[in-house]
Write a protein that binds this ligand. Structure first.
Ligand SMILES: [Zn+2]
Length: 239
């Protein structure tokens, strides 16, 4: 029962981040205004907003206009729940809260980039604040933080000099802040993982002829995935 409650709390946060992912690109306030259906604009009641349960009861449709709600809604709520349970199991209380919100902000960055090809400054700023708190709770090694922030972000800027439209400015900002989070060694490994996985993905798309050499692929999902992996790597595999 205890773990189910934890999962449900995490799913509620997931539901909140769904709102963030939807409203941020539209420049709408995230806290003000009740939730509404993006199709018929009908205000939603509390029983429409129960994470996971509402979605399943309504079979993924709006109660009022019956328009299908994207499966991503459900997926984010489930991921929110799983991550909450995982973080609770893995960390002490303070660190758990910080790591959970870092993970969710990374997820928001990845999904908004997928949707809009854009990374919003406010999400980077929140990641920065969480990063500083995380570092205060773990090891506040200033030199490692500075070196980590600069190593990959400056490399990306260097590459951009030679390749026009190489990396987006948002990707570079993301690696700057994540460098503070992970430190010098791990940010380099995270970047390599992102390059390799992103490269394999692009190659697949090219082979399937779903893309051309000149089209743009959102890179943030690969970066954020690798960043979260390396954050865990440090925690799970202590040599
Ligand atoms: Zn509706």
């Amino acid at each position: 029962m205890f773990w189910i409650s934890l999962f449900f709390i995490g799913a509620c946060f997931g539901s909140f981040f769904n709102v963030v992912i939807y409203r941020l690109p539209l420049n709408e306030s995230i806290i003000k205004g009740r939730s509404y259906c993006p199709n018929c604009y009908h205000q939603l009641s509390w029983y429409d907003l129960l994470p996971i349960i509402s979605y399943l009861c309504l079979k993924g449709r709006c109660r009022y206009c019956l328009k299908k709600i994207g499966i991503s809604h459900l997926v984010i709520e489930v991921i929110g729940g799983i991550l909450f349970v995982y973080c609770f199991y893995q960390y002490d209380l303070y660190k758990m809260i910080i790591v959970y919100f870092i993970a969710m902000v990374l997820l928001v960055i990845a999904l908004i980039d997928l949707k809009t090809f854009n990374i919003y400054d406010i999400t980077i700023f929140i990641l920065f604040i969480l990063t500083i708190i995380y570092r205060l709770l773990t090891s506040f090694d200033i030199l490692d933080m500075i070196a980590g922030s600069l190593v990959i972000s400056s490399l990306m800027m260097g590459i951009n000099i030679f390749i026009k439209d190489g990396f987006g400015i948002g990707d570079i900002e993301l690696m700057f802040v994540s460098g503070i989070l992970l430190g010098f060694n791990n940010i380099i490994i995270a970047f390599m993982i992102a390059i390799i996985t992103g490269g394999i993905y692009s190659l697949f798309l090219l082979l399937l002829k779903k893309t051309t050499m000149h089209s743009y692929i959102p890179f943030a999902p690969f970066l954020t995935g690798a960043i979260f992996f390396m954050l865990q790597y440090d925690n799970i595999f202590i040599f």
